[in-house]
Unconditional design. Structure first.
Length: 344
């Protein structure tokens, strides 16, 4: 892709997100979401391969349907209340429709089926953008409307996403699909807390983006695609292997790593609000996710690939050095726990 086309696409991605996040009118929010969708499609389909074309088509159809639902929801609300203000979404039907539209946009269960397929059909860099940057615009709408949305529906969506994200990742061998189910599970936690405390929701989102960026940048540097590929990682880069293992534990939410912060704060708030069954369910769902993170950590750090004299030696290949992005996000993925009082 030419530098001109790349710069136009990246600036369109940024513009679409900023328009949605800064608008108070539903039509402008919709315009921002559409710009975002149309900008990411060339990035998904730039590898001229049937799987990439299929992924871009699935992404476009899902996002277009979700945008249409958002427009329909806001039109119904405007018809009944006379206002297009995002914060004045008061009718029950509009709130329910918007919740389902945002679930489709974010890939929350039960509208999650497109996310693993789209990530699998994309390159690692595009998968990183879909998993992080593309969540910002819908989550900004969720942030602004969380007080009006039906709380029971948000709790159901959050619990379902955490469970599906855990169960779905158990039988996967492709790393992009595993990261897709990890994304579904983390967004379930974000949705669960959205109507209670938006500041914890924001902290959760920031830490999720940092951890996911660390994982994807490590996978890009090491050229890993499947679980089988991780078995040879310790041969090529021992230091990077340790960092990836720690990042996986952080994604699982184990103390004293950064991933423990959002789970700790969310479970504390759910307990304070007397939602103890919900807190228990989310904790059990987190164990499912932790299983496949630990499996990845095991294959990365504790196994050695069989090497014979006739097999190609991976260590002979040129290895990429860690980028500035990896160097910035890795410490944040591992060491943010002492800063919890400052973050909250």
């Amino acid at each position: 892709m030419s530098p001109t086309a790349s710069s136009i696409i990246i600036s369109s991605l940024a513009t679409g997100t900023i328009i949605t996040a800064s608008s108070y009118h539903w039509l402008m929010a919709w315009v921002g979401l559409e710009i975002n969708t149309l900008a990411i499609i060339p990035l998904i389909s730039k590898k001229h391969h049937p799987r990439a074309t299929e992924a871009s088509t699935k992404y476009f159809l899902t996002q277009a349907a979700a945008s249409a639902l958002i427009l329909f929801s806001s039109t119904m609300n405007a018809q009944q209340t006379g206002t297009w203000d995002i914060t004045q979404l008061t009718t029950t039907q509009s709130n329910t429709l918007l919740s389902m539209a945002l679930a489709m946009k974010l890939g929350l269960a039960p509208a999650h089926f497109w996310l693993p397929e789209v990530l699998q059909g994309s390159t690692m860099t595009t998968a990183l953008i879909i998993s992080t940057w593309q969540k910002l615009a819908p989550l900004s709408l969720l942030y602004m409307t969380a007080n009006n949305l039906p709380t029971t529906l948000l709790l159901i969506l959050g619990a379902l996403s955490a469970l599906v994200g855990g169960w779905g990742g158990l039988n996967q061998t492709q790393l992009r699909k595993i990261m897709a189910f990890s994304s579904i599970a983390h967004l379930g936690w974000i949705t669960t807390i959205s109507f209670l405390l938006t500041n914890i929701m924001t902290i959760n989102l920031i830490i999720y983006i940092i951890m996911t960026t660390t994982m994807f940048s490590t996978l890009i540097l090491s050229n890993l695609k499947t679980i089988k590929d991780t078995t040879t990682m310790s041969i090529t880069s021992p230091a990077q292997t340790i960092m990836m293992a720690m990042a996986l534990l952080s994604l699982g939410g184990l103390p004293p790593l950064s991933g423990f912060i959002p789970k700790w704060l969310i479970l504390e708030e759910l307990t304070n609000q007397n939602l103890i069954p919900m807190a228990f369910l989310m904790t059990m769902a987190a164990l499912l996710s932790l299983f496949f993170y630990l499996r990845l950590m095991y294959t990365t750090t504790m196994t050695l690939a069989p090497n014979t004299t006739t097999s190609p030696h991976k260590w002979r290949f040129t290895q990429h050095k860690p980028t500035t992005l990896t160097s910035l996000t890795t410490p944040l993925t591992l060491l943010l726990l002492p800063a919890t009082p400052m973050l909250t």
